[in-house]
Write a protein that binds this ligand. Structure first.
Ligand SMILES: Nc1ncnc2c1ncn2[C@@H]1O[C@H](COP(=O)(O)OP(=O)(O)OP(=O)(O)O)[C@@H](O)[C@H]1O
Ligand SMILES: [Mg+2]
Length: 214
C-alpha cells in the first residue's frame, strides 16, 4: 500500500486540487484508491461527493475524524490531503503515515518565502531526515514567462528537496474539481497540455526515487 501525502503549511497552494487529481489518476489506472481528507473543511471529500458514478471509484476517508481507520485493507494507493497550517507535531504525525510527500508551491513572494521555511521544517521531521519518506516540490498555478515564476523556479531548484514538475494556471483544474474529476479525466483536446506537465510527477511517483529504500 502506497501512502502519498500532499502537504504545505501555506493555505491555497493547490493541495486539494493535486490530491484529488492524483487520487483520480490512480483510480482511473485501475488501482484501488482511497482519498483521506485531514482537513476538517473536507474539501477533498466534497470533491468526491460530486464524482459521477460511472468514473473509477475512490474510497473517501474523513482523516480529520478518525485518521486512516477507514482505509480499506485492499487499497493500493492512499492519497492524503492535509489542511493549511500543518506544521510541528501535526506535520510529523502526518509524515509518519506516508512514504511519499508532494509539496505544491505557488509563484508569489509570500508563498516562496513560506516554502523555504516549510522545506526546512520538513527536512527536520525524523522520518524525512532518516530517508524513510521522500518528498518532492511541485510549482502550481504557474504563468510561464513571468518574473515571479523564474524566481520560484530558481528557488525551488536549489532547495534540498527535488523539484519535479510545474503545473500551469488553468481553468481545467477548476472545471475538473467542480465535476469530481481529476485533470486526467478531462477530454484530451482540453487537457493534454496539463497531462504533459503531470508526466514528470507521475514518473517520479512511479520510480524508486519517491520511495524509501528497503
Ligand atoms: N493549477 C491551477 N490552475 C488554476 N487554479 C488552480 C490551480 N491549482 C489550484 N487552483 C485553485 O486555487 C484554489 C486553491 O486550491 P486548493 O483548494 O487546491 O488549495 P489548498 O492548498 O487545498 O487550499 P487550503 O490550504 O485552503 O486547503 C482553488 O480555487 C483551486 O481551484
Ligand atoms: Mg485544501
Amino acid at each position: 500500500m502506497r501512502h502519498i501525502l500532499v502537504t504545505n503549511a501555506k493555505g491555497g497552494c493547490g493541495k486539494s486540487t493535486i490530491a484529488t487529481s492524483l487520487a483520480a489518476y490512480f483510480a482511473s489506472e485501475g488501482y484501488a484508491t482511497a482519498l483521506v481528507d485531514y482537513d476538517p473543511q473536507a474539501s477533498a471529500l466534497s470533491w468526491l461527493a460530486q464524482r459521477p458514478e460511472d468514473y473509477a471509484p475512490i474510497t473517501g476517508v474523513p482523516g480529520y475524524e478518525s485518521g486512516l481507520k477507514g482505509v480499506p485493507r485492499t487499497a493500493e494507493y492512499v492519497i492524503i490531503d492535509s489542511p493549511a497550517g500543518t506544521r510541528g507535531k501535526e506535520l510529523a504525525e502526518l509524515v509518519r503515515k506516508a512514504e511519499t510527500i508532494v509539496v505544491p508551491v505557488l509563484p508569489s513572494p509570500i508563498d516562496i518565502k513560506a516554502a523555504e521555511r516549510f522545506v526546512e521544517e520538513l527536512l527536520e521531521v525524523g522520518k524525512v531526515a532518516d530517508k524513510k519518506a521522500k518528498a518532492a516540490l511541485v510549482a502550481n498555478r504557474v504563468k510561464e514567462n513571468t518574473l515571479i515564476f523564474e524566481e520560484l523556479d530558481a528557488v525551488l531548484s536549489r532547495l534540498k528537496v527535488p523539484y519535479v514538475a510545474s503545473f500551469r494556471e488553468a481553468q481545467n483544474y477548476i472545471r475538473a474539481y467542480q465535476r469530481g474529476l481529476g485533470i486526467h479525466e478531462l477530454p484530451p483536446y482540453l487537457a493534454w497540455p496539463d497531462w504533459e506537465q503531470w508526466d514528470p510527477l507521475i514518473e517520479w511517483l512511479d520510480s524508486r526515487r519517491s520511495q524509501p529504500k528497503g
